[in-house]
Design a protein around this ligand. Structure first.
Ligand code: ADP
Length: 250
């Protein structure tokens, strides 16, 4: 589904991504691991259009998407989740979800004057969809809570929920488990597995928690020093000498 070929992203003389080549299979939940500074987040940002590559190529379903801006990729179904931005924290969880689809009738001045009924209808539709998403994620009880009051794990679920408001095909999740308690991490893992099985989402997940990776990811790709060291099942990766060395070296 995604092919990354000899990708480089340099910051001045520093090669954060240094010749990364990898494939993400459609329908997989691929884990991306590697020591701190390996270039995982930078790779995500280049694929998702947040950063331009220094050189190299990224394709999605055979189409060259190298350097396309995030909103173009969004319309193709490629999403990278971000923490809920500061300005959205005073909105409710449901409102945060309703914001996602964009290009709503109410955003055009003409419509706000002349198409009030259409706008009200659109809002009802979006609110109903948001409530379905919250149900799916087992956080329906948080619909009217301000997003800023959510715990770290609940915010991660809300980030996942945002991808469900549009027709995502492939979702890049960065550090799902950071600061999240075990129970919520399991809920997040379940949601990812269900989205993968029931809705056909492909996921790429950066995560340090190996139990979590082992539970939901296959295959696992290990990066170090800006490129791919090894790919395989988590057990294969853990037994790989180069991988062990890369982790010990940090
Ligand atoms: P990882 O996600 O694997 O921990 P990162 O992609 O965050 O790795 O970072 C890889 C390296 O690139 C790090 O050494 C980091 O300091 C460097 N780096 C990342 N972003 C920038 C930037 N904007 N400017 C300079 N150096 C950066």
């Amino acid at each position: 589904m995604i092919e990354v070929h000899d990708l480089h992203r340099h910051f001045g003389g520093f090669r954060a991504v240094d010749g990364a080549t990898l494939k993400i299979k459609e329908g997989s939940i691929t884990g991306l691991i590697g020591p701190n500074g390996a270039g995982k987040t930078t790779l995500f940002n280049v694929i998702a259009g947040v950063l331009k590559p220094t050189s190299g190529r990224v394709t999605m379903a055979g189409r060259d998407i190298t350097g396309l801006p995030p909103h173009d990729l969004f319309h193709m179904g490629l999403l990278r989740t971000f923490q809920i931005a500061h300005e959205f924290s005073s909105m409710t969880v449901r409102e945060n979800l309703m914001m996602v689809p964009g290009e709503q009738a109410g955003e055009q001045l003409w419509n706000t004057w002349f198409k009030r009924r259409a706008i009200a209808e659109e809002e009802r539709r979006l609110a109903a969809r948001a409530d379905e998403v919250l149900d799916f994620l087992t956080i329906a009880h948080l619909a009217d809570e301000k997003a800023g009051n959510l715990s770290g794990g609940q915010k991660k679920l809300l980030e996942l929920g945002r991808t469900m408001m549009v027709d995502a095909k492939i979702v890049f999740l960065d550090e799902v488990g950071a600061g999240v308690n075990r129970t919520l991490l399991n809920t997040i893992g379940d949601a990812i597995l269900r989205l993968n099985k029931e809705r056909g989402y492909t996921f790429v997940v950066i995560e340090h928690d190996m139990d979590f990776i082992g539970r939901i990811c296959d295959p696992v790709i290990c990066m170090a020093e800006g490129h791919v060291l090894a790919e395989g099942s988590l057990d294969e990766i853990k037994a790989n000498e180069q991988v062990i060395e890369a982790y010990l070296g940090t």
